[in-house]
Design a binder for this molecule. Structure first.
Ligand code: CMP
Length: 472
């Protein structure tokens, strides 16, 4: 593995220091021992330290060239780290060549080739002792030649799944999703089928769920696809596919196929997708299927938890614009109110869409965001008792901003007909709402430093509300 950036200077220093020391040792040995003994007349064993010192120098030179080629040139040109196995093979061959040269210069009369080829004992030792090692080594070479995967890819080999950290002459090193290290020997890997999910590839996942037979398939497809497509790490290059897998005993069985930007995070993304499905089904009156007995119970109970009207009316009475309403009016409004729950990160309102309802935050927190020059700016955070979505509802204009849930958020949705009825019985309501709308319009246009809206601006908004709702 390559040196980390922080200890690189220390390693360079150690390298330079060792090179100087070994170089000096070669020089000292040469001047004081060999020259004084007179060229060639000394005993062969005197040459041994000399050969060892030169071999050390050769080893340091090989490391230097290895670093220059693989740490510098290779990474610069290819953009990723060179495989450890290739580096090791390079070092081994380069060092062997240098060692043979050094050996030949010092012991010209010894025939190295004959020594290796004729030694039956040597062959037997290599054959037996290094059987597994050589098997791994050659399997590693064939893995590199095929290039079926690279560092950073997710692979499944045998029972193991993980991200490839390195491929050495002995084994493939995997980091599992429990952050453990698994070493799969090259020869085992060569025998197994390996499933590769390359890093630079759009890899897909399947997530399964089941719904009631009474739920509309078309609606389920639409709702689930929209809920999943803007989840983090779900690629926006391919739209997720939602399809029926099977008609099961007590459920319509579905699968959703989606593609990931970063496949190594598929556990988290699967979980997020399931969470999004849960919220989307619940919000849209669709239900997960359970064994038949549970289905019967579910039919009796409404799918959305219907809150007691009084509880909703209670919350609405705390919203400043609804303060003038009587208890009866509040209860009527509560009856016409739908309850929705959104997951953190889900978009409740999209800028530019048409809007025919407004929302009151019952509990949770949302962010109002506008996009400016490609970046998103948060204009406001709204929490319990705040309302939003009134601008499009009351003016008939498209939605002015995105509203995104910051945490799990429960909202009450009030539609156009309910508001029209209120305006007719409560003309003052339109006026107080027009103040809020004018203030928010100024915020959007000029930011928080905007000066308070003028009476003329408010009057303009009020008359457009009246026109839109056909009020006098
Ligand atoms: P609407 O335009 O229907 O949809 C986006 C909503 O964001 C908008 O209505 C307002 O309710 C809300 N909004 C816009 N600007 C602000 C702001 N400055 N402060 C609070 N809420 C805002």
């Amino acid at each position: 593995m390559a040196a980390t950036k922080s200890n690189q200077p220390r390693r360079v220093m150690a390298f330079v220091f060792t090179t100087i020391v070994v170089g000096l040792a070669v020089y000292v040995y040469y001047t004081f021992f060999r020259l004084q003994m007179g060229g060639g007349a000394y005993a062969p064993f005197v040459k041994i330290p000399y050969v060892v010192l030169w071999s050390l120098l050769a080893y340091l030179a090989v490391r230097l060239v290895n670093a220059a080629i693989f740490d510098f040139a290779f990474r610069l040109r290819r953009g990723y780290e060179a495989p450890t196995l290739v580096r090791n093979i390079f070092s081994l061959i380069a060092f062997t060549i240098l060692f043979v040269i050094i050996f030949k210069v010092e012991y010209a009369d010894v025939n190295l080739g004959a020594l290796f080829t004729t030694s039956a004992i040597f062959g037997v030792i290599i054959g037996l002792a290094l059987q597994d090692t050589l098997g791994n080594f050659f399997a590693g070479i064939s893995l590199h030649a095929d290039r079926p995967f690279q560092v950073g890819d997710v692979i499944v080999v045998g029972d193991h799944v993980g991200v490839v950290e390195s491929i050495t002459w002995r084994a493939i090193k995997l980091r599992t999703f429990q952050n453990h290290i698994v070493l799969v020997s090259n020869s085992n890997a060569a025998r197994e089928a390996i499933e590769v999910s390359p890093r630079n590839n759009l890899n897909a996942r399947l997530v399964f769920f089941g719904t009631l037979y009474s739920d509309s398939p078309a609606k389920t497809i639409h709702v689930v696809r929209e809920a999943v497509r803007d989840a983090d790490n779900v690629s926006d290059k391919i739209t997720p596919i939602v399809r029926v897998r099977n008609f099961g005993d007590s459920a319509v069985e579905w699968e959703i196929k989606y593609w990931l930007d970063d496949y190594a995070k598929y556990n988290d993304t699967d979980a997020l997708v399931r969470q999004r499905i849960w919220y989307a089904l619940r919000r849209n009156g669709l239900s997960f299927a359970f064994p038949t007995r549970t289905v019967q119970l579910e039919r009796k109970a409404p799918i959305l938890p219907i809150r007691p009207e009084d509880q909703i009316a209670d919350r609405l009475s705390a919203v400043d614009i609804f303060a003038p309403l009587s208890t009866d009016e509040l209860r009527q409004l509560a009856k016409a109110t739908a309850v929705h729950v959104f997951a953190p990160g889900e978009t409740l309102i999209r800028a530019g869409d048409e809007g025919s309802s407004m929302f009151v935050v019952h509990n949770g927190r949302v962010a109002v965001q506008v996009s400016e020059r490609g970046a998103s700016r948060t204009v406001a955070h709204l929490t319990d008792g705040n309302f939003f979505g009134e601008m499009a509802l009351f003016t008939g204009e498209p939605r002015t901003a995105n509203v995104v849930a910051v945490q799990e958020t429960e909202v009450f949705e009030i539609g156009h007909p309910a508001m029209k009825h209120l305006f007719e019985t409560n003309p003052d309501l339109a006026e107080s709402i027009s103040w809020t709308i004018t203030e928010r319009q100024a915020d959007l246009a000029k930011g928080p430093e905007a000066s308070p809206p003028s009476i003329a601006e408010t009057a303009g908004v009020l008359s457009s509300i009246k026109r839109f709702f056909g009020l006098r």
